[in-house]
Design a protein around this ligand. Structure first.
Ligand code: ATP
Length: 143
C-alpha cells in the first residue's frame, strides 16, 4: 500500500505525493519507511531522500531537517532540499571549491566545522545531480 509523502522547505512544497517507500538520511543512518511504519519523530542529516514509485526512483538532496512518520504519512520539514533537475551544478562546484579553500586555509578547529558542512552539502548536490550521468559511465569523483 502506498504512503503519502510531503516534503516542505522554507521556500516551497517540494513533494506531495504517494510513494511505495521512502529512504531518509536519519542522523543514525539511512531509514527505510513504508506504509504502516510505527510513528516517530527524528532529525535528518545531510544526505539523499530516495522516493520509490514502482520501478521509478527519484533522488532529492536534503541538508537537514525533521521528519514526522505516521503509519499513513511522512512529513519532512527540510532546511533545504532540491530535486535532481533543480540543482545548479556550477553553483555546487563553486561552493565545493570555496569549502576546500576554506579548509586548506583554516586549520581546525577554526571555522572548520562550517567548511566541512559546506563541503558535505556541495558534494551531496553534485552526487545527486550527476547520478544519472554517472550511471551511464564513470565521470564524477567526490572529494
Ligand atoms: P551556496 O554557498 O552555493 O549558497 P550552500 O550550501 O551554502 O551553498 P544552502 O544554505 O544549503 O546553500 O542553501 C540556500 C538555498 O539555496 C536553499 O534554498 C537551497 O535549496 C539553495 N541551493 C543551494 N545550493 C544550490 C544548488 N547548487 N542548486 C540549487 N539550489 C541550491
Amino acid at each position: 500500500m502506498p504512503i503519502q509523502v510531503d516534503i516542505v522547505t522554507p521556500d516551497k512544497r517540494l513533494v506531495s505525493d504517494m510513494v511505495d517507500s521512502i529512504t531518509l538520511p536519519g542522523v543514525e543512518g539511512q531509514m527505510g519507511i513504508m506504509h504502516g511504519h510505527a510513528p516517530l519523530l527524528s532529525t535528518l542529516d545531510i544526505g539523499e531522500i530516495v522516493l520509490h514509485r514502482g520501478a521509478n526512483v527519484d533522488y532529492i538532496a536534503v541538508t537537514g531537517g525533521v521528519v514526522e512518520v505516521r503509519p499513513d504519512k511522512v512529513t519532512i520539514l527540510a532546511v533545504a532540499a532540491e530535486q535532481e533537475a533543480e540543482i545548479d551544478v556550477e553553483r555546487a562546484e563553486a561552493a565545493r571549491e570555496r569549502a576546500r579553500q576554506s579548509l586548506a586555509a583554516n586549520p581546525p578547529p577554526q571555522r572548520h566545522a562550517e567548511a566541512v558542512k559546506a563541503l558535505q552539502r556541495s558534494n551531496l548536490r553534485l552526487r545527486v545531480a550527476y547520478r544519472r550521468r554517472r550511471e551511464r559511465g564513470p565521470s564524477f569523483r567526490e572529494g
